[in-house]
Design a protein around this ligand. Sequence first.
Ligand SMILES: *Cc1c(COP(=O)(O)O)cnc(C)c1O
Length: 402
Amino acid sequence: MSSNSFLPYGRQSIDQDDIASVAKALQADYLTTGPGVGRFEQAFAEMVGARYAIASNSGTAALHLACIALGLQKGDAVIVPTLTFLATANAARFCGADVIFADVDADTGRLTAATLEAAFAKAGSAKVKAVLPVHLNGHCADLTTIRAMTEPRGIKVIEDACHALGGIHQSGNSSTAKVGACALSELACFSLHPVKTMTTGEGGVTTTNDPKHYKIMQLYRSHGMVRDAADFRHRDLGFAPDGQPNPWYYEMQALGWNYRITDFACALGESQLAKLPRFVERRRELVALYDRLLPALSPKLKIVPAQAGDNAALHLYAVLIDFAGIKKSRAQVMAELKGQGVGTMVHYLPVHQQPYYRDLYGKQDLPGADSYYARQLSIPLYPDMTDADVTRVVHALRSVLG
Ligand SMILES: *Cc1c(COP(=O)(O)O)cnc(C)c1O
């Protein structure tokens, strides 16, 4: 990669073998719902150490299917950290459940024991069925603590692991687990959007170890429809008088969606998944270089601390900048960095501040999230970056921050 080109904050890595894999899938008999989907799901489940993986056509669908698997409905509530992408909260709303926004730590952007406890207090008598911790930037939320606080209350955990594919988190005193293995959760959700750690174009995966959750997600991914004669409810319509299942027959047993992913997207997924260890290794090298160089810019710029005991695979490299202290607005800093060929982005405006949620729940005071948001900037991180690219980003930051 040229060190003079523009560096976006993130981008996909597509090689010739990815292209060949998709081209081969396009020449096969099935473009969608063929054998490629199941193959990809099995490979993904093995990679993250879960029993089951359900592939769908977005990370948003993956989150929605997870909420459906837990049976969320109107009258239920879920706790979502407000510092996340819209879809974490929206997935619960699609089921009719209410969202209780939790605050986050101002310096990590992650849920803590204290902010979760405050969210339980805010929930009052609401029927909280699930917590959706977000592994922001790829640093895992403190799942051990979250599990210890939710399990006694009978509350389930859905991990929004969209940033954290390939990471390892602490799962006990001296044990670790892969992100997606659901060691301390019921379900984990991933996005395969091009900017994420690996891609299928648009795409998502939900993992679980529970066969009941798996079956429900299969049903709702495709119109709530069953084609397997063993599952038919209408004996009279599903079977001929001789007892043979009617070959054209299918049955809709629930109001589902079309969240199916294509075979050629899964062909890209299989090819990308084989490279995941290399992607993760390169991301870790780049992160280690940033971690070594950026503390020199303190206190104007601070880096986000990892969760103790984890070996994260970061999707984003977030820095926190004291814009007031350097007397420049964030927009000005972004423009000046862009002028030096460095792309940046902000992740995220706290979701409780979005007009839709403000109309629904009114104004809320979540100062940790506001403080993180006010200082946050994502700087370039993707596997095709060179070490020289990282140095260039750090130089650009030093010159812009003054
Ligand atoms: C990307 C992302 C999603 C949604 O994924 P899509 O594939 O874009 O639908 C959800 N949550 C988080 C934290 C994400 O980063």
